[in-house]
Design a protein around this ligand. Structure first.
Ligand code: ASP
Length: 365
């Protein structure tokens, strides 16, 4: 599948007042697909993608925002289950090409894999100094009880929010159901509730209620504006291995033995614990000796990996497993693909992975 862009509306909305117009923020809205732009097929009952034009017709309130909104859509919007690293690069390139022309970016994306895409984009963007806000919805825009309108309107407001001519937000975020999160801290936790996302190990950066509040002390502020760079090499020769009670040597051996494998996200129990069986530890050791990077990430929704806290993680530490700390699986996956793509020397990989690059991990004590 390949993406084409459709330039839907050139200067869709613009408030009047010449003096104001020179200064009002310019926002680029990028529609990639997902429920937010879907309708029900009345024959089959299944949700299918509809024309983005209709999405905007449903929200005339956008006219009231004090910004201009240009919008583009993928010619064939996709369900986010079909997103892959090539699509992430494509989205990143849209922003790269339009970076100087716009003050903020809103990406409409299916919620299912939004945390993966948004995490990946956060690593790909170096020296970002403008807001990039991902959002979507649980109910289609045309639905009577839809959450799409609020999510979209507030995301645009956030992308346009400025103080003394500077954007309030200058990082990749995810806005959903009244909360603004650092994107690479999020995870989708509910397939039904409007509150579909959470950020288990980092507080929200903002909240929308009667007022739109920003928690500025938590929002990343670049010290100086450096040239914006997009890192596009992502290496997906990786695997997520979720351990479970009863996991066999055959299963672990065949996964770790995959030809060309370069990295493993090992989803462990609690604070980073795993079986102490000799075969298990030996397989990990052999894999690391072959040059494959293994990251210890907890299966728990919240909390931290602390290798060495229990006997069941001492061996993992000894064999040289990388400590994922409080990173989410989505973010660990994106960081691994990004760092592998950057061809980091083997002896530096562990310490770089354990370092905070985009606010995705809390500092180790
Ligand atoms: N399946 C949809 C998607 O992720 C769900 C959504 O948009 O919320 O594209």
């Amino acid at each position: 599948m390949y993406f084409f862009l459709v330039n839907l509306h050139h200067k869709l909305f613009q408030n009047s007042g010449t003096d104001k117009m020179a200064k009002i923020p310019h926002i680029l809205l990028i529609y990639t697909g997902g429920t937010i732009g879907m309708v029900k097929d009345y024959k089959t009952g299944a949700l299918k993608i509809f024309n983005f034009d209709k999405l905007l017709k449903h929200i005339p309130e956008l006219n009231q925002l004090n910004c201009t909104i240009h919008s583009i859509s993928l010619e064939e919007p996709i369900d986010s289950s079909n997103m892959n690293p090539d699509n992430w690069v494509f989205i990143a390139e849209i922003i790269e090409k339009n970076y100087e022309k716009f003050d903020g970016f809103v990406i409409l994306h299916g919620s299912d894999t939004m945390s993966y895409t948004a995490s990946a984009i956060s690593f790909m963007f170096e020296n970002l100094s403008k807001p990039v806000i991902f959002t979507g919805s649980q109910l289609p825009i045309g639905d009577l009880r839809t959450d799409a309108k609020e999510n979209l309107i507030t995301s645009i407001e956030i992308a346009a929010a400025q103080e003394n001519g500077e954007p309030i937000v200058s990082e990749v975020c995810l806005y959903f159901e009244y909360k603004l999160y650092r994107a690479n801290r999020t995870t989708k936790i509910n397939a039904e509730h409007f509150e579909a996302f959470t950020s288990p190990n980092f507080p929200p950066l903002g909240e929308s209620g009667v007022h739109l509040k920003f928690y500025k002390q938590l929002i990343y502020k670049p010290k100086e504006i450096k040239p914006f760079k997009v890192r596009k090499r992502l290496d997906n020769n990786i695997v997520i291995l979720k351990i479970f009670p009863g996991i066999t040597e055959k299963v672990v051996g065949s996964i770790l033995g995959i030809e060309g494998l370069k990295g493993v996200i090992l989803e462990t129990f609690g604070s980073g614990n795993a079986p102490t069986d000799k075969w298990f530890v030996n397989l990990l050791k052999e894999t690391i000796n072959k040059g494959v990077h293994i990251i210890n990430v907890t299966q728990c929704i919240g909390g931290n990996v602390i290798m060495g806290q229990y006997e069941t993680s001492i061996e993992l530490k000894k064999v040289g497993i990388i400590n994922g700390g409080d990173i989410t699986t989505e973010s660990a996956l994106a960081k691994l693909m990004y760092l592998l793509g950057e061809n980091i020397p083997k002896n530096e990989f562990k310490s770089i992975f354990e370092t905070q690059l985009r606010g995705e991990i809390s500092a180790f004590e």
